[in-house]
Design a protein around this ligand. Structure first.
Ligand SMILES: *[C@@H]1O[C@H](CO)[C@@H](O)[C@H](O)[C@H]1NC(C)=O
Ligand SMILES: *[C@@H]1O[C@H](CO)[C@@H](O)[C@H](O)[C@H]1NC(C)=O
Ligand SMILES: [Cu+2]
Length: 689
């Protein structure tokens, strides 16, 4: 859920809105954009620019599809070059020209889904394939607004239902919710369910649901298919739901003195286009409307070897599955796929300097193609900053030498790339943090508003039925749910031929009397041969999980690798035959490893909207392909079972989870041994003791 649509549109603006209306102008822009000089400036992984989105639109409008009725653009993005092509270009890029820039788009026209590849340099359509399988592409913001705000709010029976509840229609706001799939056979229409909320003086609409009304809208016809008004549960009281500062009454919370991070000599990182260089790291950062931030070509400089060494070819959020645990009529279908149904990048919000990101942050913009294919700018979509939060990178006090105390400490400074996506009620703060130790830490902060249900109860003593959640305030239940955030991690540890190793810790018994000890643990290293060996439920047995390069050894003979330190791991508790679980079957495991395949990027399938579970990570993994000493992709699913608590009301304090990719026999020794702690900064009113 979903969608402060108007706000999102207000924060974006459309390029060339009127100018593009005239055809000669289109042709001119088209010709200008065709000049190779414009294109050669791009890194092959740079996201499409606003003018490239325009160009794609112009090409499609000029094709046979251009005359189709109701042509809508559901996804437009870079058709990233084939990996071998890109790698060979990178190895040689002073001598050869980059792979041609191509766009991949998913458009709908006349109730059909088209998958189109456009060659940008010459404006040709390379392929136009009609997808006939189950599931639909991302919803557009515009169709969500039309279904919710235009159709529903004007629908006479709905206006009547609002009146019957004694509510004022002008205070009602509505939003579109994806409907899922519950075993229906045959092709289903592309539909949405609309839910409405009551503002009544508070802006915290998600805590003020109008329960008992079902509205089903056909997206393709844009009409209301079903309407029912079942029961009359009061809208919860608005009192106490407001989270805006100016609405709060004294007494106020603890007062703090100003605090900030200053870098008097400037930042230690450089952004060149989409390439970011900081300390020992270099990587490419792109925005994708479905994934949000995409990190590519991350490599770490090895001071001892005097070169950059490859770590991560590509990493991004692949899916967020958020199933609610209330099986009743108004709630059962709430099993959201925030990336594949809504667009994790599409709902990214502009970051505000000094609050969303610290004072030393730099901001980057992004853009995407709207419903009509026109570019929409997303300002301040990412921030990049150095984090110096008083952490210790490493230290030691040497107390063991009589008469001498030796001490060494290094301060931790890391680099963070941040995006915040507000998918309706929830705000996800996603951080990619690069450390000088060679670690990449990925963090997700969950905050925002709980999805609340209106109930007749004002105290837990009155509740004789299951309310499927926690009574948070009078008439307000926070419904039980999960968050499963799946990351696509194409690690290339010193090259693309990698293996997945489980270093299992196994208890050994001492039975021969050779030691006073009766037991110890030892490590058994299993290299996964096929996909089945690499499905892991974390916590089921103690093991380090590594992606290694079996062809590269350290000087003392260990295999170079990176290990996954999983955090916030939870597995889905739904039954395997439950429909949402069939669609998100991969959430039974936290780890999968697949061989690299360019078309396997989205854990819940390319067409997650109304998907039926026939195309997802769990299904691909069942092919049980070979994954040893080949190009592999690691998939990690972070999970949270969320029982709401009263502190989550009316706005939830950030709950943080994450995982770490940590060099493991990658370097010859601690790579931060010779790292220098930054010089101290002296403040006028601050004394360093
Ligand atoms: C186009 O959309 C309109 C409403 O938005 C609908 O009535 C019509 O049937 C659609 N036509 C096609 C061919 O999809
Ligand atoms: C790549 O993935 C797609 C989608 O799962 C599949 O149809 C195709 O067969 C795969 N290709 C290879 C070479 O495994
Ligand atoms: Cu939650």
């Amino acid at each position: 859920m979903r969608v402060s649509l108007k706000l999102l549109l207000a924060n974006s603006f459309v390029f060339f809105d009127r100018a593009m209306a005239s055809t000669w102008f289109n042709t001119l822009v088209f010709l200008l954009l065709s000049l190779p000089i414009t294109l050669s400036r791009h890194h092959p992984l740079d996201p499409l620019t606003p003018s490239e989105f325009d160009k794609v639109r112009t090409i499609i409008k000029g094709s046979t599809l251009g005359s189709a009725k109701n042509l809508t653009f559901h996804y437009v993005g870079l058709d990233d070059p084939d990996k071998p092509t890109l790698l060979s270009w990178l190895a040689n890029h002073t001598k050869t020209s980059p792979p041609p820039r191509r766009a991949f788009l998913i458009a709908r026209a006349e109730r059909q889904t088209h998958e189109i590849v456009v060659n940008l340099p010459d404006g040709s359509i390379i392929s136009d394939h009609i997808y006939t399988g189950f599931g639909y592409p991302l919803q557009t913001i515009e169709e969500q607004i039309t279904a919710a705000s235009v159709l529903t709010l004007k629908y006479p029976p709905f206006v009547e239902s609002v009146k019957k509840r004694g509510l004022d229609i002008d205070e009602v706001v509505c939003e579109s919710f994806s409907v899922g799939w519950f075993g229906e056979k045959g092709k289903q229409k592309r539909v949405t369910k609309v839910l409405c909320f009551y503002k009544s003086g508070s802006d915290n609409i998600y805590l003020l649901p109008i329960e008992g009304i079902t509205v089903v809208v056909d997206y393709d016809e844009m009409n209301i298919l079903e309407y029912s008004d079942r029961l009359m549960v009061p809208v919860p009281k608005a009192e106490g739901t407001d989270f805006r500062a100016f609405k709060q009454m004294p007494p106020f919370g603890p007062k703090m003195k100003p605090v900030t991070v200053v870098q008097p000599n400037g930042r230690s990182f450089k952004i060149d286009g989409h390439m970011i260089r900081w300390a020992n790291w270099v990587f490419h950062l792109a925005f994708d409307v479905r994934a949000g931030p995409v990190i590519s070509l991350a490599s770490v400089y090895d001071t001892d070897k005097g070169k950059h060494r490859r770590v991560l070819y590509r990493g991004h959020v692949s899916e967020l599955f958020v199933p609610y645990m209330d099986p009743t009529e108004g709630w059962y279908y709430k099993t959201f796929f925030d990336a594949g149904e809504y667009g994790f990048g599409l709902f990214a919000v502009p970051l505000e300097p000094l609050t969303d990101c610290p004072a030393n942050a730099i901001f980057m913009d992004g853009s995407f193609a709207g419903h009509d294919g026109r570019p929409v700018k997303k300002p301040n979509i990412f921030c990049v900053f150095e984090r110096s939060a008083g952490e210790i990178a490493w230290r030691h006090t040497e107390l063991g030498i009589p008469g001498k105390v030796g001490k060494e400490v290094r301060t931790e400074v890391s680099l963070v790339v941040r995006m915040v996506s507000t998918v309706g009620n929830y705000d996800y703060v996603v951080d990619w943090e690069f450390k000088q130790s060679g670690s990449i830490k990925v963090g997700v902060g969950l905050t925002g508003i709980l999805e609340a249900k209106g109930v007749p109860y004002t105290h837990t003593d009155q509740m004789s039925e299951n309310v499927y959640g926690t009574l948070l305030a009078e008439n307000t239940v926070g419904v039980h749910h999960d968050h499963f955030i799946t990351y696509y991690l194409d690690l290339d540890v010193e090259g693309d031929k990698n293996s997945f190793v489980k270093a299992r810790m196994q208890t050994e018994r001492v039975t021969d009397g050779s030691s006073p000890r009766k037991s110890y643990w030892t490590v058994v290293r299993d290299t996964a041969k096929t996909e089945a060996d690499a499905r892991v439920q974390l916590g089921s047995e103690p093991a380090d999980l590594l992606v290694v390069n079996p062809n590269k050894k350290t000087n003392v003979g260990n295999t170079v690798g990176y290990r996954l330190l999983g955090g916030s791991s939870a597995g889905s508790l739904l039954s395997d035959d439950d429909y949402p679980q069939i669609r998100a079957a991969y959430t039974k495991y936290q780890v999968f490893v697949t061989p690299y395949n360019r078309s396997e990027k989205w854990a819940a399938g390319t067409y997650a909207y109304q998907s039926r579970g026939d195309d997802n990570l769990a299904i691909w993994s069942q092919r049980n392909r070979a994954i040893e000493n080949t190009d592999i992709v690691l998939w990690y699913t972070m999970g949270f079972h969320h029982i709401p608590y009263q502190e989550d009301f009316p706005v939830m304090p950030t709950l943080t989870g994450g995982f770490e990719l940590r060099p493991s026999n990658f370097f010859e020794r601690n790579p931060t041994l010779k790292m220098k702690t930054p010089k101290p900064v002296h403040f006028p009113n601050c004394t360093t003791a």
